[in-house]
Design a protein around this ligand. Structure first.
Ligand code: NAD
Ligand code: UDP
Length: 329
């Protein structure tokens, strides 16, 4: 047996982790998926994106569409899929409440059938697979901050259930594929993430409010605006996802990824009005059903296990997102 000192082993591990791979990104034409594809291509990897263009667009991929390392396939992950790849990021699923509630049955199918198809592929190829799960698994949480051991408070028959319960069942499938078939799974619970490339009509709060402010239209606040969210800039989130994928150690828990600084929606609105120098007025409209009252991640596990925490503050991230949306509207 060849003896190696520990620094050499460390170096070998690093090389192994950094090797060029062929990576499958489902939802690769979406907001987060397209940024992830760009990142992976710029790191030298070959990327195969799969998307049915439900909320994603080819425009999101302008930077890499002609790169020989990048390929995109128009495919619905509810149907089985095969490709020879070294790792899978499973991001396909509409994330905006307005979008995922348009066709709730399809949303649940995407989560559940899509996960089964992707897990079967990971099992067959014996490769790691990362699931883009969500803070929605905590529903309208009774504890704050939300830590990974909290089981959540979800209305299973409400209008958000197609997404929340779909994602919860996906987590169940991921952990059962590990227990039953030894698939190397990684589950990230993503808290509200925003940034350039969000669709103008996406419907989520940051893009909605910025577009309204830039157009001097009323700023729609659902309910009284005291509900809170914690907003993470996309580049911070992606570094967390990539670290989780690269971690060789088995992590037997989902990991929260998000920015732990909590803002009320009213505070967010005032910040956007100030940064856009807008003449818009605030307009209160009814709160949608089951809208969670608070969101704030505990990121203790991400700090300990991944050495990750976000670095972009809301004001900075908003300024960059405003620049991008202003250029597009
Ligand atoms: P997005 O809607 O911009 O992207 C989703 C992508 O998946 C789109 O390109 C869409 O066309 C594609 N898609 C949807 N159904 C599909 C199907 N059946 N087959 C193939 N492709 C399909 O949303 P996003 O913000 O980029 O979110 C990406 C992932 O991250 C989602 O799984 C979402 O649940 C998760 N997530 C996002 C956030 C966030 O704040 N952005 C928070 C929590 C979780
Ligand atoms: N919201 C709002 N005005 C909008 C869009 C959203 O007040 O134009 C609120 C929404 O009710 C929720 C919060 O902003 O309380 C975040 O909504 P989003 O759809 O971005 O994501 P969620 O965290 O609810 O999935």
């Amino acid at each position: 047996m060849i003896k190696t000192d520990s620094s050499r082993v460390h170096l070998m591990n690093e090389r192994k982790v950094e090797r060029i791979m062929r990576i499958l990104v489902t939802g690769g034409a979406g907001f987060l998926g397209s940024h992830l594809c760009e990142d992976l291509v710029s790191e030298g990897h070959k990327v195969l994106a799969v998307d049915n263009f439900y909320t994603g667009t080819v425009e999101n991929l302008t930077k890499i569409i002609n790169d020989p390392k990048f390929e995109i396939v128009d495919h619905d992950i509810c149907m089985p899929f095969h490709a020879d790849v070294d790792a899978i990021y499973n991001l396909a699923c509409p994330a905006s409440p307005i979008q995922y509630q348009k066709n709730p049955v399809q949303t649940t199918k995407t989560s559940v059938l899509g996960a089964i198809n992707m897990l079967d592929l990971a099992r067959k190829l014996e490769i790691p697979i990362l699931q883009a799960s969500t803070s929605e698994v905590y529903g309208d949480p009774a504890v704050s901050p939300q830590f990974e051991e909290y089981w959540g408070n979800v209305n299973p028959v409400g209008i958000r259930a197609c997404y929340d319960e779909g994602k919860r069942l996906t987590e169940t499938l991921f952990f059962d594929y590990r227990r039953q078939y030894n698939v190397k799974i990684k589950v990230a619970r993503i808290f509200n993430t925003y940034g350039p490339k969000m669709q103008i009509d996406d419907g989520r709060v940051i893009s909605n409010l910025i577009v309204q402010a830039l157009r001097d239209k009323p700023i729609t606040i659902y309910g009284d605006g005291t509900q809170t969210r914690s907003f993470c800039y996309f580049s911070d989130l992606l570094s967390g996802l990539k670290l989780l994928m690269k971690t060789e150690a088995l992590i037997h828990t989902p990991i929260n990824l998000g920015n732990p600084i909590e803002f009320s929606i009213l505070e967010l609105a005032h910040l956007i009005l100030e940064l856009t120098n807008s003449n818009s007025k605030i307009q209160f409209v009814p709160l949608p059903l089951d809208d969670p009252k608070q969101r704030k991640p505990s990121i203790k596990k991400a700090i300990e296990l991944l050495d990750w925490k976000p670095s972009i503050q809301l004001e900075e991230g908003l300024a960059l997102t405003i620049q991008d949306l202003a250029a597009r509207i």
